[in-house]
Design a protein around this ligand. Structure first.
Ligand SMILES: Nc1ncnc2c1ncn2[C@@H]1O[C@H](COP(=O)(O)OP(=O)(O)OP(=O)(O)O)[C@@H](O)[C@H]1O
Ligand SMILES: [Mg+2]
Length: 330
């Protein structure tokens, strides 16, 4: 089958995977375009590693298809593997091998032409911050440096697609930031799919996020669009009475807000520091009640100190979409 240079980089078509009686993936479909950097999220056991193993040709799906560059991975895993750099969940590195020897060995395995090999390895070692440890045994390196070696080995054959299974797991915050910057750099040239449990990482590196739960797709969007949709136009409103006096009566103001046209519900309200009242207000459908809210506060002698759209964090979104996992349902 011919490799294509147009069309999506990755296509998962109705992937199913059973490990004996355990259904790890059921009918999972998504596509990734060339050049995208996509975060792959899901609770423990959701099926991220399984999906990545299928995409990289290490595991066959029970049903469905994975295509990389238009080529069916199960039919031609040699062709597709050449285009993929893979950092597995626990990277198999040879502890008693020197970093440079290991990278040369990987280059040999992946048939990198000798003419470009040393130059390529030098560039990758430089980008991955490995120059000063090239002569050290991998087994002597800290976890962060071992992870860099893992990333470097994934880049040796100059793949178009890089699949990283929890590239920052177990690293300290400084190392996380360094590896994250490295992934951002890689993302400028290559298509990247990375799984992680660190949600701020997704904001920092990914333009799109795919969330799976229990082997099924539950979200596929930009982090911003997800947050907006989850928030559903929720507004935070802070009010006070005129002048310097105590806050107006909470229940009375709640009633005033609830009566504003375009507002479905006042979801929370509390007195804040004795002088001001804070509310979370849910608009009805696609209504924008902000002008009516302003008018109502003026009409009732209230001072509107603050009014803004609430953002829902990716963390909250993740928890809402995946909280059934591992417990209540089959
Ligand atoms: N080799 C295997 N044999 C049997 N079951 C397996 C095997 N590998 C994975 N599973 C099961 O398949 C499901 C998906 O596992 P997978 O490792 O893909 O999840 P994950 O999303 O990568 O989780 P984590 O966040 O913990 O890495 C789990 O229920 C897991 O127990
Ligand atoms: Mg995993």
């Amino acid at each position: 089958m011919a490799e294509s240079t147009t069309g999506p980089m990755v296509e998962a078509r109705s992937l199913c995977k059973d490990y004996g009686p355990t259904r790890a993936l059921s009918d999972l479909s998504f596509t990734i375009s060339r050049g995208e950097v996509v975060g792959f999220l899901g609770p423990n056991g959701a099926g991220k590693t399984t999906t990545m193993k299928i995409l990289t040709g290490f595991l066959r799906p029970t049903r469905g298809k994975a295509l990389v560059g238009g080529v069916d991975v199960a039919e031609d895993s040699l062709t597709t593997r050449r285009r993929i750099g893979y950092l597995p969940e626990s990277a198999p590195l040879y502890g008693d091998m020197m970093v440079l020897d290991f990278l040369r060995y990987v280059a040999e395995l992946r048939a990198v032409p000798h003419a470009v090999r040393d130059e390529r390895l030098r560039n990758i070692a430089k980008r991955c911050g490995l120059l000063e440890v090239l002569g050290k045994d991998i087994g002597q390196l800290s976890k962060g440096f071992r992870q860099r070696v893992g990333l470097a080995q994934a880049l040796v054959h100059d793949p178009d697609l890089v699949i990283l299974d929890e590239p920052t797991s177990g690293l300290d915050p400084n190392q996380i930031v360094e590896i994250r910057d490295l992934i951002k750099e890689i993302g400028k040239e290559k298509t990247v799919l990375l799984s992680t449990h660190i949600l701020p990482e997704v904001h920092a590196t990914c333009r799109r996020v795919i969330i799976i739960s229990d082997g099924k797709l539950v979200a596929d969007d930009t982090p911003e669009a997800l947050a907006e949709r989850e928030a559903g136009g929720l507004l935070r409103v802070v009010l006070k009475g005129k002048g310097d006096g105590a806050a107006p009566e909470l229940e009375k103001v709640r009633g005033i807000l609830a009566a504003v046209p375009g507002i479905r519900a006042v979801e929370s309200g509390e007195s804040e520091g004795g002088k001001t009242l804070g509310f979370r207000v849910r608009p009805a459908g696609n209504e924008d009640p902000r002008e009516a809210l302003f008018a109502a506060s003026v009409a009732h002698d209230l001072v509107l100190l603050e009014m803004h759209r609430e953002a829902v964090s990716l963390e909250e979104t993740f928890r809402r979409l995946t909280r059934g996992d591992g417990g209540a349902h089959a």
